[in-house]
Design a protein. Structure first.
Length: 272
């Protein structure tokens, strides 16, 4: 049996040497030769996996190149609008357009990098400037931070703005009258707490429980389709993937009073 297997293997290798046709070798009938069949099947699977990885890498490179082109056009267009607004003495339009350009630049570029809390705060303020174009003086944003050193605390990008957006879109938008978003930054020895509070319409207790179960890892709930679930789930998932299950997001809310989204992160600074 081994002699027959060796003869078939030599013929297959000779064919590959002459034709460089690896597919013909892999697809050869290796029935009756279980060891060789398993060997070439494993090679085929590995090559297929490498080909998929190569194609995905090509796709990623293409998308990265595309993302470099499209924002460049967008930034130029927004800058042209801002210039026209300044020439027409429309200061509010110019300010909003500048905030929008800065917001997009921050959101699109180098998404995986770490930034400071100060960077995140600037991005949230740009987002709020854009929203004030829609809501006017109906909404405001405040910062409560006892230790200014926390401005230099480092964290993954795009943690704060989705929480502020959730507060505006789902908390204040449906409220009659004036509304406030308050950002609170606190810390213990090793943990950073970022709290985004709104005095909006609040969330029903049952929905809060479903969201928090999902944030804790209960994939069986449908909370991701509920109020604010998708954006908040993304923030929570990224934090837990990077830092582990001791960190993440939790929601506290009372209907008619408001909502608080609390993010816990390890307290990190540049020297660490």
């Amino acid at each position: 049996m081994w002699l027959r297997a060796m003869i078939k293997l030599r013929r297959a290798l000779r064919r590959y040497r002459d034709d460089r046709d690896l597919e013909a070798v892999l697809l050869r009938n290796w029935e009756g030769e279980p060891v060789l069949r398993a060997f070439f099947s494993d090679i085929e699977e590995r090559l297929h996996g490498e080909e998929i990885a190569r194609l995905r890498q090509k796709q990623s490179e293409y998308l990265a190149l595309q993302n470099q082109i499209n924002p460049h056009f967008l930034y130029n267009a927004l800058e042209a609008i801002r210039t026209d607004a300044l020439l027409a003495d429309c200061g509010e339009i110019a300010e909003t357009t500048e905030a929008l350009a800065t917001f997009f630049r921050y959101t699109i570029s180098n998404v995986q990098e770490y930034v400071t809390f100060s960077d995140e705060l600037d991005n949230a303020e740009n987002y709020f400037t854009i929203q004030r174009c829609r809501f006017g003086d109906k909404i405001s944003m405040e910062l409560d931070m006892e230790d200014e050193k926390l401005l230099e605390a480092r964290m993954p990008k795009l943690i704060l703005q989705p929480l502020v957006e959730n507060a505006v879109s789902h908390g204040l938008e449906g409220k009659l009258g004036y509304g406030t978003v308050r950002i609170v930054a606190e810390n213990s020895d090793r943990t950073l707490f970022l709290r985004v509070r709104d005095d909006g319409v609040g969330i029903p207790d049952g929905q809060v429980e479903r969201l928090n179960r999902q944030f804790a890892g209960d994939a069986g709930t449908a909370a991701g389709r509920q109020r604010g679930g998708i954006a908040l789930r993304n923030v929570n998932s990224r934090i837990r993937l990077i830092f582990g299950e001791d960190y993440g997001l939790r929601i506290f809310s009372a209907e008619g009073i408001g909502t608080e989204c609390c993010v816990t992160l390890p307290l990190l600074f540049q020297e660490e």
